[in-house]
Design a protein around this ligand. Structure first.
Ligand code: NDP
Ligand code: KAL
Length: 257
């Protein structure tokens, strides 16, 4: 337990189940004293989240529905969060989506619709939620999103999601400039492969996991708790000089040729 985020109101988007990266983040933030507000899309995710919170004796400040494909849903969610919490000090964006049939084969075969869906949910959404959250971040604070190496390099099968993550990482920099004047920092964690609901069933995932164990300087896989602690650091005052940054939490995999 630390008090790095004592009395801070932090919004967490993207818990689907106990394997979610956002759940690892939740545990780190809770142990640092944060008051937590959650958003979900699917009713099933809400139910899983409620059970997890109960089991771990975490009392949420607020849980609200938010579909990041829908501007009205985002506006309404943050309006309710603002009314309920007053000030927001932090936001965790842990949301991405692409159609499974676009996550294999040639990137050149990506459909226009598939491209727009991936960009819409996985990249544009960060700008949209930053815009709404900012209204209530009157004391400054931090925003952290989740990205992957496929934004920087060609990773087979990641395809349209790699292009969306490249847009997400560029958005981190542009948004950092926008909101820096309000004392708000925007950063990303670039995690190594972690077995989650999203990762399940997409081809090539297992190979990516094993190559980290073989080749990464630390010779071990990454887990949700490591991403949670790095996200905690970026949200906390320890990172008060850090913005527009992409922090790799990948056992050092990205430095190896
Ligand atoms: P999860 O499947 O656990 O989480 C994905 C989340 O995205 C779900 O909670 C889902 O909500 C949410 N989501 C999808 N579409 C929408 C939408 N339109 N509106 C609101 N929420 C939506 O997977 P992860 O924890 O793996 O993914 C979290 C983040 O981490 C993603 O950005 C992913 O790209 C990134 N990442 C993951 C890595 C990995 O190896 N797992 C590696 C590097 C980055 P719901 O189920 O309710 O629809
Ligand atoms: C090279 C890697 C192997 C996998 C390739 C692509 C992974 C893309 C991630 C993307 C978020 C997956 C999906 O959108 C899955 C979706 O089409 C189907 N799943 C769902 O709808 C479930 C039920 C919900 C909860 O999922 C979502 N997202 O809403 C990349 C690996 C090594 C690293 C990963 C997995 C990176 C990443 O970004 O997740």
């Amino acid at each position: 337990m630390t008090s790095l985020l004592k009395d801070k109101n932090i919004v967490v988007m993207g818990v689907a189940n106990n394997r979610s990266i956002a759940w690892g983040i939740t545990k780190s933030l809770y142990n640092a004293g944060a008051n937590l507000i959650f958003t979900y899309r699917q009713e099933r995710s809400k139910q899983k989240l409620e059970k997890l919170l109960e089991k771990n004796e975490i009392k949420p400040k607020f849980i609200v529905s938010c579909d990041v494909e829908d501007d009205e849903s985002i506006e309404q969610a943050f309006q309710e969060i603002g009314e309920n919490a007053g000030t927001i000090h932090g936001l965790v964006h842990s949301v991405a989506f692409a159609n499974t049939d676009e996550l294999k084969g040639d990137y050149a075969d990506t459909s226009r619709d598939g491209y727009l869906t991936a960009q819409n949910i996985s990249a544009y959404s960060l700008a949209a939620v930053t815009r709404e959250a900012r209204k209530f971040m009157t004391e400054g604070g931090g925003i952290v999103t989740q990205t992957y190496l496929g934004a920087e390099r060609v990773v087979p099968n990641y395809n349209v999601m790699g292009v969306a993550k490249a847009a997400l990482e560029a958005s981190v920099r542009y948004l950092a400039e926008d909101v820096g004047k309000d004392g708000i920092r925007v950063n990303a964690v670039s995690a190594g492969p972690i077995r989650t609901l999203s990762a399940k069933g997409v081809s090539g995932f297992n190979d990516k996991m094993s190559v980290v164990e073989e080749k990464a300087p630390l010779r071990r896989q990454v887990d949700q708790d490591q991403v949670g602690d790095a996200t905690l650091f970026l949200l906390s005052d320890l990172a008060r000089g850090v913005t527009g940054e992409v922090l790799h939490v990948d056992s050092g995999f990205h430095i190896v040729a």
